[in-house]
Design a binder for this molecule. Structure first.
Ligand SMILES: Cc1cc2nc3c(=O)[nH]c(=O)nc-3n(C[C@H](O)[C@H](O)[C@H](O)COP(=O)(O)OP(=O)(O)OC[C@H]3O[C@@H](n4cnc5c(N)ncnc54)[C@H](O)[C@@H]3O)c2cc1C
Ligand code: FES
Ligand code: FES
Length: 1350
């Protein structure tokens, strides 16, 4: 073997990298950088999370594999890849794929045309994942492969369906390029489902009132060649230099003395280990990167072993498979697939188990870089593969620095929590996976919150080997932990096996599972139950595998097969049904989002993409670590001496007023004496880089005197901890009298807990603030839904006139309510150093900080008393609701009020009393989130409706129907219902989903399947449109016509993906009778349109559309006399003629929503302009043993009047539905409270995509249909349309109630037919524990209710 010196002699003269075909020399000293940090000068590669969990940073890396003699292309997460790990490679970012100036790549074009980009922040990542898949495939990928390749990319806006449809076209061959199709202004409509001219409707749809059903008639389109060379002639080729260039040894360094080595031979790795025994080997850096960045562990020496041939062996031998420790998981997966196809099935039981397990291991980007050795040596208790290595009898080969090799059985390698049998000088060389024998079976198990890209709650590998001794007729069941013998039987039938073997094994297991009550991760009862469930599944699976073999008699009962069948996800099928009502040139058309083409190319700029001005500083917060405490002392000496430090500021430095708040000023910008939540800002540090600012902030040490903290609604209610003056009451009829009168056949009481939700906009909070004119003016660019609030907060805390403060927002990467008020405090904090130092300051929150401090959807507690007849007619509702506001009022009172307005959902109840209180708790202030309390109020209502159904033995749908409000009904807030389309919507949905048939089929399924159950539900909604605070229902706009006939529109609303600018531009285009392409909206700016309300409450298209129309009408009126004089051939000619006649071509438009207003003193008024009605149906299937579930069908119906843009509206519905799906069935916030003692008090455990799961592409309903009610113009809003943003969110609760329906069927099998509570989100834990059976009973009783932070 050579020496280190020999290899060092081969060291490269320079380290290089190609980025988008351009050669770059990598200087020494950058070992601390990630590829993303290096690339951020390009705007396309985004920072969404920095921990490999969102895919926004996806790029493609290509290298020439000398062994395979081919270029290898793969997608990876640039946020985790160390910069030097791609040395010698070609990195392609979204900018290298295609641009508007050159040409869009078909992947980009298809995504744009298919309405697959809303806010666009996730879009480049999706483009890159798809592009890498196509570049790395020799043949067109299957639809399943496409969906699989997107599992590591998150989108919070679209609901994924349009993205999948955009990419599905590449799965097929022999069709024409869809790019031949006409674009949005080409006259031919594009189907929102396929992104191509509608193949299922007709051109006539353009002409008026035809309706269309898209999706089912999808004609796929693709390319015959997809190897990367034939998309366009501008495709980036692999740089010839890299084909010839040999990889070289690297010895580079980074900040803080970090050393980075890239040896190319094993001996050199060993030599380096002698020199640096504690050096970390890295391959994917997916573990080390997280440790260094998030856990702040310092590793001074990193040895990249990715290119060491001895660690990359992958060879099938006589007795098994040898796998080098640096082999990446995606490589392992393809080799396992190959050997499984080539070898006898008997031999590959382990291989199949690994294939299944790797399928659910992280996302593609992680699997492409993460190594087998990295996973093993991390020895993480949640490793998906380590239990399988142990079960499969794998052996690990370990080499020391002298070259001595020893072999250890996998089951002996793991010594404890993150401890392995590996001395500091040793390296894991390879893994040997033996082939299985006949009668040997290996199976994998994993249950996580989300099926895709999630860490396991419990995982397992199990193996059994049957040894049959003919002479004794004994069957030996040998598992690693048990050996059982069934004696003297000629045949072994299932019941005997169950009795003798299963029960014995379960008894052993039950004793073996030791998890402490307060174990980290919680979910103790679930984890214990899962262990038994897994074994039971294994037992059934093995029995099934052995079916028909010698010695096995009877098969397992057919209903038990439901525990065995593995989950297979069919591709998503989306379909739509709507009518097109065109008005003028553009209104009513399915125009593509105006920024879509900028977004798919990565050219669209977000706040964090703004070029950093010279002299700019970066800010980081000094935050409270206690939920409630007195600040005793602050020691910032260390911070002041840290690198790049430029200043630190506290409460006494605030030039203006330290007290802020959107409604009342009850919130300190900087904490003065007390802190009232973890994450509360105490000070702000500014430094030359973001990293240095964070480091300095961490070096500020605060001494506290801890005070008692209130950490739940229940505690707040008990100690009467409410925000002042927030008691609200609404009444109708006389509840008490009704209960007393005996009219009610039954009266029930109960409690509903409603979980919160993180916004998880893909773009974190970000602001760039600078001063002008010597500090006389302050300007900022902010990611906010409310630029005017930023302006107001900043002027307030700086003591400056509002007229001297400007806030601009071009677009934001999602908001959903989370950037309505909380973003303003963040900008205001950063404004203080900017103003005082007279320098630009940038603040961009890391994902964990963003989630921890910026508030969420409120959790609620509802206590109800409902009286009803034996038919289920509700006569009286007495409801107390509480929301968890956190430590300041923010918008919590308005949110509570909204919940109270919606607390009857769509039901007409003669006697109602709703009392509400806003709870003060020691959590960060909760805030607006799509629906603004409405969904919480409605979810509480549907819970008691569902309970009434159980009480009167009817279906919940029957109860719903007999209680529907109708035309003329008067709500409990005195508003009379007008233009009610609820019954129509409901009836159309009922026939569209064929509800009665669906229920029958589900019942049949449930009859024949013991361990899988299906459930169905239909849920209605009515969502009140308007800000319920009257003055906010005003909107301004500025319209300017130029002499070339183009129009610049500015209005007070913010584009956050919802297509507001597109709809508003359509209104202007139709008004002037010009093409949409002649209208432009650049940005939202407080110096163009003053005093704008936040973009919220779903009402922005109504209000800003009307304000713009008002301005257009004014200009048209001024143009009219000129137009009447001549016959102008174009609008440009007319505009120019008006200019020559000195006509003012600029107008300010204004709109106030008429006829609304509510008086809380009297409890009377009209809070809403109108209602958006909707209904949805879902069918789900649950695995009662694990709690896993999937949505088989979702059918959503909405009344949107005459849609301004059906494609955008469908996109809003799908996006809202999937976000609502997350709220009811997946997303769980875990706070340090009495229910979660393993989390420090007041801290958020779920503060990143690693622990907090939002829906991924594989959670989308298999069949997802969206329909808009036809022929129902809305007389109360612009062009007869209706608002869409929030109303569909709640409809996802049909999934929740379908899950409950399935659980009811499961409980019935155990003889339990009584009502039970189910909290949202219905996670696998809640589902599984509610499906009581023999595997839950040892650990929890029938009334067990998993813990929830409320
Ligand atoms: C977003 C995300 C999702 C994830 N999902 C999953 C999941 O679903 N299931 C799961 O099990 N894990 C998951 N992980 C964890 C991680 O990706 C895996 O453990 C991965 O296999 C680690 O490999 P790596 O090459 O990136 O390790 P690295 O970070 O490069 O190294 C990890 C450790 O292994 C040591 N090491 C590496 N090679 C050797 C060797 N040859 N000899 C001795 N020591 C060695 C290193 O010194 C280091 O301590 C996830 C991680 C992320 C960031
Ligand atoms: S930013 Fe890299 S995965 Fe989220
Ligand atoms: S479009 Fe995907 S996150 Fe907004």
């Amino acid at each position: 073997m050579g020496s280190l010196k020999n290899e060092e002699e081969l060291e490269a003269k320079e380290a290089i990298l190609y980025v988008n075909g351009v050669r770059r020399v990598l200087p020494d000293g950058l070992a601390h950088l990630t590829l993303l940090e290096y690339l951020r000068g390009l705007t396309g590669t985004k920072l969404g999370c920095g921990e490999g969990g969102c895919g926004a940073c996806t790029v493609m890396a290509s290298y020439f594999d000398r062994n395979l003699k081919k270029c290898v292309h793969h997608a990876l997460n640039a946020c985790l890849a160390p910069l030097y790990s791609v040395e010698g490679m070609h990195v392609i970012t979204v900018e290298g794929v295609g641009s508007r100036r050159s040409e869009l790549h078909p992947v980009q074009e298809s995504l744009a045309q298919s309405h697959g980009s809303q806010c666009g922040f996730c879009t480049p990542g999706f483009v890159m994942s798809m592009y890498a898949l196509l570049r790395s495939s020799k043949v067109p990928p299957t639809e399943e492969q496409i969906e699989e390749s997107l599992a590591g990319n998150l989108c919070r806006c679209t609901g994924y369906r349009p993205i999948v449809d955009a990419f599905r076209v590449f799965a097929k061959t022999n069709d024409t390029l869809y790019t031949n199709a006409q674009g949005p202004t080409g006259g031919e409509l594009l189907c929102p489902s396929t992104g191509k001219p509608c193949s299922c409707g007709s051109k006539a749809a353009n002409d008026g009132e035809k309706s269309r059903a898209c999706g089912s008639g999808l004609t796929p389109i693709s390319y015959s060649e997809i190897d990367g060379s034939s998309y366009t002639n501008k495709e980036l080729i692999f740089p010839p230099e890299l084909l010839l260039r040999k990889l070289t040894y690297l010895n580079l360094c980074g900040s803080g003395g970090l050393k980075w080595y890239r040896p190319l031979r094993l001996q050199n790795v060993l030599d380096l280990k002698v020199r640096y025994p504690d050096a970390k080997l890295v391959v994917g850096n997916t573990e080390v990167g997280i440790e260094m960045r998030l856990k702040r562990i310092r590793y001074p020496v990193l040895i990249s072993v990715t290119h060491v041939p001895e660690l990359n062996v992958l060879s099938a031998k006589e007795d098994g498979l040898e796998i080098g420790s640096a082999v990446r998981l995606s490589e392992l997966l393809s080799v396992l697939r190959k050997v499984t196809a080539e070898r006898a099935p008997d031999e590959t039981s382990s291989c199949r188990a690994f294939i299944e397990q790797i399928k659910w291991f992280a996302g593609t980007q992680i699997r492409n870089v993460a190594s087998v050795g990295g996973n093993i040596c991390t020895a993480s208790p949640i490793s998906d593969l380590n239990p399988l290595w142990m079960a499969a009898g794998a052996k690990f080969r370990i080499i020391d620095f002298k070259g001595n090799i020893r072999t250890v059985l996998a089951e002996n390698f793991f010594l404890g929590y993150r401890k392995v049998d590996l001395a500091s000088g040793e390296v894991l060389l390879s893994v040997f996976l033996p082939w299985t024998r006949p009668f040997e079976h290996v199976k994998e198990f994993k249950q996580a919150h989300r099926r895709d890209d999630d860490i396991a709650i419990v995982n397992a590998g199990m193996r059994v080997y049957f040894e049959v001794k003919d002479q004794s007729n004994c069957l030996w069941w040998r598992c690693p932990s048990f050996t059982f013998c069934i004696k003297n039987k000629r045949f072994f039938d299932w019941e005997e096996l169950e009795q003798e073997l299963l029960q014995g094994a379960l008894a052993v297991l039950e004793q073996d599972i030791l998890i402490k009550e307060d174990a980290p991760g919680g979910m103790v009862e679930f984890r214990k139950s899962l262990t038994l469930s897994f074994f039971f599944k294994f037992f059934l699976w093995v029995s099934h595998e052995m079916d028909g073999q010698d010695y096995f008699g009877e098969s397992i009962p057919s209903s038990h097969l439901s525990a065995v069948q593995s989950f297979h996800r069919p591709p998503v099928m989306g379909s739509h049904d709507f009518e097109v009502r065109k008005h003028g040139t553009s209104v009513g058309s399915s125009e593509v989002h105006l920024s879509a083409r900028l977004q798919v190319t990565g050219e669209a700029e977000y706040t964090d993409d703004t070029p950093i001005p010279p002299n700019c500083l970066h800010a980081a917060f000094v935050m409270s670590r206690k939920p409630h405490a007195r600040i005793l002392a602050i020691d910032d000496v260390e911070a002041r001496s840290s690198a790049g430090f430029a200043g630190i500021f506290y409460v006494n430095d605030v030039p203006g007023d330290n007290m802020t708040g959107p409604i009342i000023a009850d919130e300190e910008l900087f904490a003065s004496e007390l802190v009232t939540c973890v994450g509360q800002v105490i000070g702000v540090v500014v430094a030359d880089t973001h990293e240095n600012a964070k480091l300095a902030a961490r070096n500020v040490h605060v001494q506290y005197e801890e005070l008692p903290a209130i950490l739940s609604i229940e505690e707040a209610v008990k100690s009467k901890s409410f925000h002042p003056n927030t008691e609200r009451i609404l009444t109708k009829g006389d509840v008490e009298h009704c209960f007393r009168s005996g009219e009610c056949d039954k009266v029930i009481e109960g409690e509903v807990q409603v979980g919160g939700q993180e916004h998880f906009y893909l773009e974190p909070h970000s602001s760039l603030i600078w001063t002008m004119d010597g500090g006389n003016e302050v300007h900022m660019i902010s990611s906010t839904q409310a630029p005017q609030k930023h302006q107001k907060y900043v002027s307030h805390v700086l003591g400056l006139a509002m007229s001297k403060v400007v806030c601009k927002t071009k677009r934001i990467g999602g908001g959903f309510g989370g950037k309505e008020t909380r973003s303003a405090s963040i900008a205001a904090v950063a404004a203080v150093p900017s103003y005082l130092l007279n320098r630009p300051v940038k603040i961009t929150l890391d994902r964990d900080i963003d989630m921890m401090i910026s508030g969420q959807r409120h959790s609620f507690l509802g206590k109800y008393k409902v009286g009803f007849t034996n038919d289920g007619k509700v006569l009286a509702l007495d409801l107390k609701i509480f929301n968890n506001a956190g430590n300041s009022l923010d918008l919590s009172l308005a949110i509570l009020e909204h919940a109270m307005f919606h607390s009857n959902n769509v039901y007409d109840i003669p006697n109602v009393r709703v009392c509400g209180r806003v709870c003060f708790t020691n959590f960060p202030s909760n805030t607006a989130f799509r629906g603004f309390g409405g969904p919480q109020g409605m979810l509480i209502a549907e819970n008691w409706i569902q309970r009434i159904a159980t009480e009167v033995s009817k279906s919940p749908e029957e109860i719903r129907e007999i209680n529907f409000a109708s035309e003329g009904s008067v709500m409990h807030y005195s508003q009379r219902i007008e233009h009610c389309t609820l019954q129509r919507v409901w009836n159309e949905l009922k026939s569209s989903c064929n509800f009665l048939n669906a229920r029958k089929e589900v019942e049949q399924f449930n009859l024949h399947n013991r361990w899988k159950k299906r459930g169905v539900a239909m849920i209605p909604t009515n969502f009140g449109i308007s800000f319920t605070v009257k003055f906010m229902n005003q909107a301004g706009a500025l319209v300017q016509v130029y002499t070339d006939g183009t129009v610049l529109v500015t209005h007070g609303g913010v584009e956050m993906g919802q297509g507001l600018h597109t709809k508003v531009a359509q209104i202007a285009a139709s008004s002037f009778n010009i093409p949409l392409s002649s209208v432009f909206i650049s940005e939202t700016s407080t110096d163009k349109v003053p005093n704008a309300s936040p973009t919220a409450a779903s009402a922005s298209s109504d209000m800003y559309g009307a304000a713009v129309l008002d301005a257009c009408e004014q200009i048209k009126a001024r143009m009219e006399p000129i137009g009447a004089r001549h016959n102008f051939s174009s609008f440009a000619e007319l505009a120019n003629a008006c200019y020559m006649e000195r006509i003012d071509l600029s107008a300010h438009g204004f709109f106030i929503t008429p006829d609304i207003g509510f008086d809380w003193e009297t409890g009377k008024g009209k809070p809403f302009r109108y209602f958006t009605y909707g209904a949805a149906f879902a069918e789900v299937e649950i695995d009662t043993l694990t709690g896993d579930f999937h949505t088989r069908t979702a059918d959503v119906f909405l009344d949107l009047g005459f849609s301004l843009n059906p494609a955008i509206d469908v996109g809003q519905i799908e996006g809202a539905f999937v976000q609502g799906w997350g709220w009811v069935a997946l997303e769980e916030l875990k706070w340090g409270d009495a229910s979660h003692k393993w989390i420090p008090p007041g801290c958020l455990f779920t503060c990143g995509p690693g622990n907090y799961k939002i829906p991924s592409v594989n959670d989308v309903p298999f069949k997802f249909k969206v329909s808009l009610l036809k022929g129902a113009p809305n007389v109360k809003a612009i062009h007869s349309s209706k608002a869409v943003g929030e109303p569909p969110f709640f409809l996802a609760s049909c999934v929740f109630f379908a899950i409950k329906d399935a659980i009811i069927a499961a409980r019935a099998e155990s003889g339990c037919n009584s009502w039970f509570p189910l909290d949202n989100p219905a996670t696998p834990e809640r589902i599984r524990m509610a499906c009581i059976d023999e595997f839950t009973k040892p650990f929890a009783d029938n009334n067990f209710r998993p813990k929830l932070s409320v």
